[in-house]
Design a protein around this ligand. Structure first.
Ligand SMILES: [Zn+2]
Length: 137
């Protein structure tokens, strides 16, 4: 509760420098889009899941992020909630054969997981930056 009050206090101060204010939604959105959560000008990732060490536009150091297993956990959580109803409905409506299902569902899960992993990791890094976790303070 004390943290929430302090964040609101910082956000409404008219003379607070922009570098002090870190809006969570904007950071999440920028990170999800693969852009720097701090400025939104440059790419966050140098490779598939490897963030650039430092933003070339604003100079923010991204070596402090500690996303660890959270992006993979969130992808599994989201993907499970998306795929289970689809699998149940497809099975109920079309009754596909076992071989079709053995190929279709693992392939769909792998493609969707790979597509979701980088955006979710970007959002997690944005969350850590916006909430000053780890070395982002
Ligand atoms: Zn930047």
């Amino acid at each position: 509760m004390a943290l929430r009050r302090r964040t609101s206090y910082i956000a409404i101060m008219p003379d607070t420098p922009p570098a002090v204010i870190r809006p969570l939604r904007l950071a999440l959105r920028r990170g999800f889009a693969g852009r720097c959560p701090a400025c939104g000008e440059a790419k966050l990732f140098g490779r598939f899941l490897k963030p650039v060490p430092r933003c070339p536009a604003c100079g923010q150091d991204w070596s402090h992020h500690r996303a660890d297993d959270l992006p993979a956990y969130l992808v599994i959580l989201i993907l499970g909630h998306l795929m289970v109803p689809v699998v149940v409905e497809v099975n109920r409506s079309f009754e596909p054969g076992l071989v079709v299902q053995m190929i279709l569902w693992p392939l769909a899960a792998a493609v969707l997981a790979l597509a979701m992993l980088q955006p979710v990791k970007g959002a997690v890094i944005g969350l850590q930056w916006a909430r000053r976790m780890h070395g982002f303070g």
